[in-house]
Design a protein around this ligand. Sequence first.
Ligand SMILES: O=c1ccn([C@@H]2O[C@H](COP(=O)(O)O)[C@@H](O)[C@H]2O)c(=O)[nH]1
Length: 279
Amino acid sequence: MTGPFGPKLSAKIAERGNLCAGIDPHPGLLDAWGLERTVSGLEKFALSATEVLAAEAPVIKPQSAFFEAYGAPGIAVLERVIAGAREAGALVLLDVKRGDIGSTMGAYTTAYLSGDTALAADAVTVSPYLGFGSLAPAIETARASGRGVFVLARTSNPEAAELQKALLGNGKTVAQSIVDEVAAVNAGAGPLGDVGVVVGATVPPGELELGALNGPILAPGFGAQGAGVSDLRAVFGTGLPGVLPASSRDLLRHGPDPRALREQVRRIRSSLAELEFGQ
Ligand SMILES: O=c1ccn([C@@H]2O[C@H](COP(=O)(O)O)[C@@H](O)[C@H]2O)c(=O)[nH]1
C-alpha cells in the first residue's frame, strides 16, 4: 500500500478492527510453547505467531528487545517477522523506543524508517525525552516515506507517573505537552495524521486531553498489565480515531495451537468493536 501512514492505518482499521497484536517472544512464552530458548526456538515462535496474527490484526507490533537478546541471529529473525507480517497484509509497528540527539536520531532513522533496510517497518516507537525537537529527523523521514512514528507520552508502567505527570512551566504535564506537540504536527491531516502517541490503557481516565491529537494512539497495558475493555472505554471514550489497544503476553499465551490463537484474536477483535472507536 502506498501513500501516507495515517490514511493507510485508518483503512486497515476499517478493514480489520483496532487490535495491535504484539509479538514478544518472552523466554517464559517459549517454554510454554514447548520451544527451546535458542534462536531456533525464537524463530519458530515468532514466525508461527506472525503467520496467525498478521492475517487477522491490522497492526503487528514486534518488541525488538526480545529479538536483540539473541544478537545478530535474533535481528535476522526480526527482519523475517517484519517481511512476513507485511506480506500477510498487516502494518508493522516496530517497538524499539529509540531517541537520541538529532544527528544520531538520523542514523536510527536510516535503520528503521528509510525503506532501504530489512528492519524498516511501517512505523516505530520513539522516545521524546531528549526533547521533542530531537525527533525531527525521524518524523520528517517517516512522513516522506509513507511511514509513521509513535511518540511515548504517558506510558503504561507504574513508574512513569512521577516523570510524565510532572508539571512544566507552561502549566501542562510533560505527557500533555508531548500530546500537544504531536497534535501540532498532525494539524490539518486527514483522515488521520502520521504521528501517533503512546498512552497506556492503564492510565487513570481524564488525565489527558486527546481530542485535538488527530493521530493514532497506541494503548499498551491491555491484557497482561491489567487493563480491560472497560478501562479502554474509560480512558479513550468513543469516537476517538486510531486507538490501537495492544496486547502481547495475554494473547500469545493462547498458542502454540494456531486455531486457539486465531480464535482468541477474533474474540478480542469482537470485544474491541463494541467500543466504537473511530478509524
Ligand atoms: O507504555 C508502554 C509502551 C510500550 N509497551 C510495550 O508493549 C508491550 C506490552 O506487552 P504485554 O505483554 O501486553 O504487557 C511490551 O512490548 C512493552 O514493551 C508497554 O507495555 N507500555
